[in-house]
Design a protein around this ligand. Structure first.
Ligand code: AMP
Length: 497
């Protein structure tokens, strides 16, 4: 429980400008703190949006904790205040560093040997990481050297930190020279330029990457913005106008904003493309080419991550990467081995009954169910809800806020089951998914891999069930060839053929 009255830091969880309120998640405890618009400093003229890093004091109000004197983290005025006034910022950072020193003691040498800046190590220790994942151990030194990289890694391997940490370090080590401008009253204003561009195929993944940059960069003072379609563009434009160092974007909306003159990519030093294969699958290649044309070609560092490396990715990589180092965290790495996999051969019309039968098992604490279509997802949800199983869904027909809400319900345990289609669930990062259930087998074998990667995140175990129709024997064989493993077939089960 938060008790402190000194200034603390946090991330805006959501803020509704029309209603004039929202919530901040405290860095210290993860608790939500109410944010009323009157708590925003009038001189700041800021528009607060999800993901903003801010500092604030708290007050215990009738209904709970509320924020006071909210300011942007790392604003020049904040630095002055914390250095000179009442030791507020100092006391907070003293306590913080004590906590982090303790956590850092638990951190393995493998992490501390990576030559990461202490402020980044502090953030990682805060996130509770002890050992770097294989892709982090391999990629961080290479990216720190400024090399281009082609990383083949499934999601769930920790690849976001593998590119975010060294990229943040690069920005910290080489601050752009023209960042500080004196404005009136001897105050400094930080002029930020977009120095890092991350492209992601889906909005959910973009939001998650931006969140990761906020978490890992919490002590760096660097700002990021996330740009994606399906929502109004004004808050995103305002955020850009206030200045950010890093943007994480889906290609379509980014291009829109570039064409309207809201985004200047001429200062980009690092370009990162995540889930490259998916971006090509989703037909973003032309958009991406148009975007890359607007990013400096000289002295640019480019990192391309992809779950699979088909021929098109190799071709694409040749065009955009300069003398890259290749890293391959292949499917036969432990991530896959710790997932228990089983397939049920079943008639289509029996699938729902099998799903309900399986869900009667209380060891399935958090299940992600994949269907082929949005309508299929809706049907499954309705039937499960009728049986009293707490279920929500995430698919392309849902509004962004409904999708975020469903994810939140799933994360917090309000929904035990989340039914998803592939596009909407790509990059979905929810801890402790005990089971992934493929109600429909995917058409493309690689998708099977992405789906089961949603469980067993960061080394935890998990179970993946697949429902196969009689005609899908060949598909299952292809999947087995891809993962280089046999999937156990469940026989003599009441619902199997
Ligand atoms: P990613 O593959 O980047 O989506 O990361 C998958 C999950 O692993 C996320 O929930 C991260 O917070 C978590 N993670 C990343 N790196 C580590 C680490 N070194 N130790 C423990 N968890 C990690």
């Amino acid at each position: 429980m938060l008790k402190e009255t000194y200034r603390m830091t946090g991330t805006v969880k959501w803020y509704n400008e029309k209603k004039g309120y929202g919530f901040i998640t405290s860095d210290r405890t993860g608790e939500d703190v109410f944010l009323h618009h009157t708590a925003l400093q009038p001189q700041e003229e800021v528009q607060v949006v999800t993901g903003d890093r801010i500092t604030f004091k708290i007050q215990n109000q009738k209904k709970g904790l509320a924020a006071l004197e909210v300011k942007y983290f790392s604003d020049e005025s904040e630095v002055i205040e914390s250095d000179q006034e009442a030791g507020i910022g100092k006391s907070s950072s003293k306590i913080d560093s004590k906590i982090h020193e303790k956590i850092a003691e638990k951190m393995s040498k493998a992490f501390t040997d990576l030559s990461l800046n202490p402020e980044l190590l502090r953030a990682i220790s805060y996130a509770g990481y002890v050992d770097p994942t294989p892709i982090q151990a391999q990629a961080i030194p290479i990216v720190l050297k400024g090399r281009d990289l082609l990383g083949c890694a499934q999601t769930g391997t920790g690849k976001t930190a593998a590119f975010a940490l060294p990229t943040l370090q690069r920005l910290m080590n080489t601050p752009s020279k023209d960042r500080l401008n004196i404005i009136n009253n001897n105050k400094y204003k930080i002029i930020r330029k977009i120095r890092v561009l991350v492209l992601s195929p889906t909005r959910e993944l973009a939001i998650q990457i931006a969140n990761s940059f906020s978490i890992y960069g919490r002590y760096t003072g660097l700002k990021n913005a996330v740009i994606y379609g399906g929502v109004g563009q004004n808050p995103q434009v305002k955020k850009l106008q206030q200045g950010v160092d890093i943007i994480v974007a889906t290609p379509g909306r980014l291009l829109d904003l570039m064409r309207q003159g809201h985004v200047n990519l001429s200062h980009v030093e690092v370009l990162i493309l995540d889930e490259g294969d998916r971006m090509l699958d989703m037909g973003f290649i032309h958009d991406i080419r148009s975007i890359i044309k607007m990013v400096p070609q000289k002295n640019r560092q480019t990192l391309l991550f992809s779950a699979t490396i088909p021929h098109e990715i190799i071709k694409f990589a040749k065009n955009i990467l300069h003398d890259p180092v290749n890293i391959n965290i292949s499917p036969d790495e432990p991530t896959l081995e710790i997932i228990k996999q089983a397939a049920f051969f079943i008639l289509k019309e029996k699938k729902q009954a099998l799903l309900e039968y399986l869900l009667a098992d209380s060891t399935i604490t958090r299940a992600l169910v994949f269907t082929r279509t949005k309508h299929g997802a809706n049907r499954v949800v309705k039937k499960l809800q009728r049986k009293g199983i707490r279920t929500d869904s995430i698919h392309g027909n849902k509004s962004q806020s409904a999708r975020q809400n469903a994810l939140k319900n799933f994360r917090t345990g309000k929904a035990r089951v989340l039914v998803a289609t592939d596009v909407a669930s790509r990059g979905l990062d929810v801890d402790n998914i005990s089971h992934v259930i493929q109600f429909d087998l995917p058409d493309v074998s690689e998708t099977y891999l992405h789906r089961i990667g949603r469980t067993a995140r960061a080394g935890a175990g998990g179970t993946a069930f697949a429902f196969c129709e009689k005609s899908q024997r060949q598909q299952l064989k292809e999947i087995e060839q891809l993962i280089r493993m046999r999937v156990k077939i469940v026989k003599n089960h009441p619902y199997t053929i």
